[in-house]
Ligand binder design. Structure first.
Ligand code: GLU
Length: 315
């Protein structure tokens, strides 16, 4: 006998809670729209909830007004979030308490090393210099700790990404002991994202593939803090006309909140979904999109930045 099909819309408390977590460092661009559309369509097609978190911890990179602009653009593109927006800048006590837990278990240590010292002592891994563990056994005499680092393990951390397939690496080998509180006192993204994904009850993370290499660090932290690990899906990166990653600081032009449909159609196509027919408004886009979304169709990589030139500056 075949097992009964999973109900598409779960009854009662949703078992799916998705999120979008932009950093307010500039306006929304095509790459972030792609991640937002994928995460929203996946959440809604599972009858799930979707929440918005503004990752505004890095005061030096936050652009005044960007958080409001991102929210306005998302609303113009038809996104609806189910809970009040969570600002990471209001969550510092939660990050401190996570650090205290790690400290109590001897899992973090102070580090005096500057960027230049690390660069001089380390070999370069695929995600920057691999910290050689200089301060793990104690600080050099007369020097004050600047940052806090997490003790990592050589055990491989494996996970099944819903788009990228089987993934994993040993964090100790790939990045080494990584920073959880920076020298300027700001809690690191890796720590904050883990604490907040758990706080917001996130069950499914759908985000850009630039964060694929961060995921084992986050799973390691979840294990140390006794927090659940959500399911992960990393959408392909949108490259600019020169094949470089499209980032807010590089070749990205903001998308136009006055005219959302062309960008929505474009990201839908880039996400490998079936062509939309009869879509003339943002509302009808989402109706069709949510009912036809299949994550299995999303390509792990985008082969060429074809057809995105009008939205991306030339190199
Ligand atoms: N705030 C990060 C960014 O804008 C995304 C973090 C995440 O989705 O985990 O790139």
């Amino acid at each position: 006998m075949r097992p009964p099909a999973e109900p598409r819309v779960p009854q009662g408390q949703p078992i799916y809670r998705g999120r979008f977590a932009p950093s307010p460092t500039g306006p929304l661009h095509l790459g972030s729209l792609l991640a937002a559309v994928a995460s929203y369509a996946d959440a809604r097609s599972h009858g799930g909830l979707w929440v918005l978190r503004i990752e505004d911890l890095d005061r030096l990179r936050v652009v005044p007004g960007a958080s409001e602009a991102i929210q306005k653009t998302l609303a113009a593109f038809g996104f609806e979030w189910d809970e009040p927006v969570l600002l990471q800048s209001t969550r510092l006590a939660a990050y401190e308490s996570a650090l205290e837990q790690l400290q109590a278990r001897g899992l973090v240590y102070g580090c005096v090393c500057s960027r230049a010292e690390i660069a001089a002592q380390s070999i370069l891994g695929i995600d920057g210099p691999i910290y050689p563990g200089t301060c793990r056994q104690g600080l050099p005499p007369g020097r004050q700790a600047r940052s806090l680092r997490l003790k990592t393990t050589a055990e491989p951390i494996l996970f099944q990404d819903r788009i990228q397939g089987e993934q994993g690496h040993a964090v100790a080998e790939m990045v080494g002991d990584f920073v959880v509180r920076r020298a300027d006192g700001i809690h690191a993204y890796q720590l904050a994202v883990v604490v907040d994904d758990a706080y917001q009850g996130i069950t499914h993370v759908v985000r850009g593939a630039d964060l694929l290499l961060s995921t084992p660090r986050q799973i390691l932290l979840q294990g140390y803090l006794g927090l659940p690990t959500p399911s992960y899906a990393h959408v392909p990166l949108v490259l600019d006309a020169c094949g470089r990653k499209l980032s807010k600081s590089l070749a990205a032009l903001p998308i136009d909140p006055q005219d959302p449909l062309p960008a929505l159609r474009l990201v839908w196509r880039l996400l490998g979904q079936t062509p939309l027919s009869g879509v003339k408004s943002v509302q009808s886009f989402w109706k069709v999109a949510i009912s036809t979304w299949r994550i299995e169709r999303v390509p792990p990589r985008l082969s060429a930045p074809l057809g995105i030139r009008p939205l991306v500056k030339a190199c």
